[in-house]
Design a protein around this ligand. Structure first.
Ligand SMILES: [Zn+2]
Length: 405
C-alpha cells in the first residue's frame, strides 16, 4: 500500500509535536470531579483499621526510596553473529504511569506477565505530590509555585501508586520519567533552558525520593525498592522541548536514552551530536485510512476522533479496531522485514470508551501469540542489547530501510 502523509497533516503534526495534546491530555494526577469527591470522602478501610488499633505503631519513613536500588531481574542478552536475524522487540511505554482507582496499572502489569514482558513506565512525579499545600513545593521553571497542567495527587491515591511501582520494578519493568507539570504549547517546556530542565529533573528526583515527607499521613508503606539512579530516560510533555537545551541537562542527570522524537520503522541510533540513544515514536500507517501517524494513543486520537476524548459507541469500536490493526500491521511488517524494534507510547486513559487501553492490550497478547519469539522489553533493556552488539553488526541493522507494507 502506498501511503501519503495524513490529509489532516496539520493536526497530526500538531499532535506529533504535542501542540494540540495539552487540550485533551487526561489529568494523570487528578481525577475527574465526580471521582475526586468519592475519593476524598472517607478514609480508606486500611486507614480506619490503623487508627482503630491502639497497639499499632505506624511506620514512618524518612526517605521513600532504596539506595542502592534492589537488583532487578535481567533479560538474557545474546550477541548476534554477522548476518543472524535479530529478535523482534516491542517496546511499550506509558506516560504518567500513576495508578488510578480503576486499576489500570495493575491490569497492564498482568498483561506484561502474560507475555513475559517488561514495559517502561514514564512516571509523572506530581502524582505523588499532594494537591494540598504540599503542591507549593513544586517550582515549575518560569511559573508560579504550585502550578501544574495535570494537577497534583489526591492523597488517598498515593499508596496504590507506590505499591504498583514497587511491584513493577520488582518484576523487571523500567521506571523512567514524564517529568512534572506537563506544560505544553507556546509557554511550556518548549521555552525551557538547560538550567530549567535541570531544575525540573532535580525536583522530580526530590518528589520521588521524599514522597513520605510530602504525604505525612501515610503509614504502613515500605520505601520504593529503587532510587532515582535507575532513571535513565523518559518522554517530555507532548514530545516538546528544545533538544539543544534539554539534552545537556538529561545527559548531566545520567540519562542514556530519550524517547520524545519522531522516527521511522528502522533500527535506533544515537541522537546526532549527543551521546544519548534515540528511541522514537514511529510513523506507521493507520489501517484503512491511507495516512500515517505516530505510534502513540493521542496521535491516533487526533487523527481518528479530532482529538476528542468522548465518542459514540460505534466510533469507539472503530477506533479500537483501527489502532489494533495498525499496530498489528506494523508489527508484522517488522517481524517479516528488518526486525527493527516497534516503539509504542500510551497514556493511562479511558478515551473513546477505553479504545486505546483495549486495543493495546489486545495487540500485546495477540502479537505474542502469533509470534511467540517476540520479546516485549523496556527502553533500558533495548539499550543494553544494542550496546552488547558488535558495532559492525549493529551498523548493518541500522543501514536497513524500513519495511514497506
Ligand atoms: Zn504526557
Amino acid at each position: 500500500m502506498s501511503m501519503r502523509v495524513a490529509a489532516t497533516s496539520a493536526l497530526a503534526l500538531a499532535a506529533g509535536a504535542g501542540l494540540v495534546a495539552g487540550a485533551f491530555l487526561p489529568s494523570v494526577a487528578e481525577p475527574p470531579p465526580a471521582e475526586q469527591a468519592a475519593a476524598t470522602g472517607q478514609p480508606t478501610t486500611e486507614d480506619a483499621t490503623a487508627e482503630a488499633s491502639p497497639s499499632a505503631t505506624p511506620k514512618r519513613l524518612t526517605v521513600g526510596t532504596t539506595s542502592p536500588p534492589e537488583e532487578q531481574p535481567q533479560i538474557e542478552i545474546k550477541k548476534l553473529a554477522p548476518g543472524e536475524k535479530p529478535p523482534q522487540f516491542v517496546v511499550v511505554s506509558f506516560d504518567g504511569s500513576c495508578e488510578m482507582p480503576d486499576g489500570i496499572m495493575a491490569n497492564y502489569l498482568d498483561t506484561a506477565e502474560k507475555v513475559d514482558g517488561r514495559f517502561t513506565f514514564n512516571i509523572s512525579g506530581v502524582c505523588v505530590l499532594p494537591k494540598n499545600d504540599m503542591k507549593y513545593k513544586y517550582h515549575p521553571p518560569g511559573r508560579e509555585a504550585g502550578e501544574s497542567d495535570i494537577g497534583f495527587a489526591v492523597p488517598e491515591w498515593v499508596p496504590s501508586r507506590i505499591t504498583t511501582w514497587t511491584e513493577a520494578y520488582r518484576a523487571g519493568h523500567e521506571m523512567a520519567t514524564h517529568y512534572l507539570g506537563h506544560f505544553c504549547g507556546p509557554n511550556g517546556v518548549q521555552t525551557w533552558s538547560t538550567t530549567d530542565w535541570t531544575s525540573e529533573i532535580n525536583q522530580f528526583n526530590d518528589f520521588l525520593t521524599n514522597w513520605p515527607t510530602n504525604n505525612p499521613n501515610l503509614t504502613g508503606l515500605d520505601p520504593l525498592p529503587f532510587d532515582t539512579s535507575v532513571i535513565k530516560g523518559g518522554r517530555t510533555p507532548c514530545l516538546e522541548g528544545q533538544r539543544d537545551q534539554m539534552y545537556p541537562a538529561m545527559i548531566a542527570a545520567g540519562y542514556t536514552y530519550e524517547s520524545s522524537n519522531s522516527g521511522k520503522l528502522t533500527w535506533p541510533t544515537k541522537v546526532e551530536g549527543y551521546d544519548i540513544w534515540d528511541f522514537p515514536l514511529q510513523g506507521i500507517a493507520i489501517a484503512g485510512y491511507g495516512m500515517k501517524t505516530l505510534t502513540m494513543d493521542y496521535n491516533f486520537l487526533a487523527n481518528l476522533n479530532s482529538g476528542q476524548t468522548e465518542a459514540a459507541p460505534a466510533q469507539c469500536a472503530e477506533i479500537e479496531k483501527t489502532v489494533y490493526q495498525s499496530y498489528l500491521n506494523a508489527g508484522n511488517a517488522l517481524y517479516n522485514g528488518n526486525r527493527a524494534p516497534l516503539f509504542i507510547g500510551n497514556h493511562f486513559n479511558e478515551w473513546a470508551c477505553g479504545a486505546f487501553t483495549k486495543s493495546l492490550t489486545r495487540f500485546i497478547l495477540d502479537f505474542k501469540k502469533a509470534h511467540p519469539d517476540v520479546q516485549f522489553i523496556s527502553n533500558t533493556d533495548l539499550e543494553k542489547w544494542l550496546e552488547a552488539q558488535d558495532p559492525q553488526v549493529l551498523a548493518q541493522l541500522q543501514a536497513q530501510p524500513e519495511p514497506t507494507y
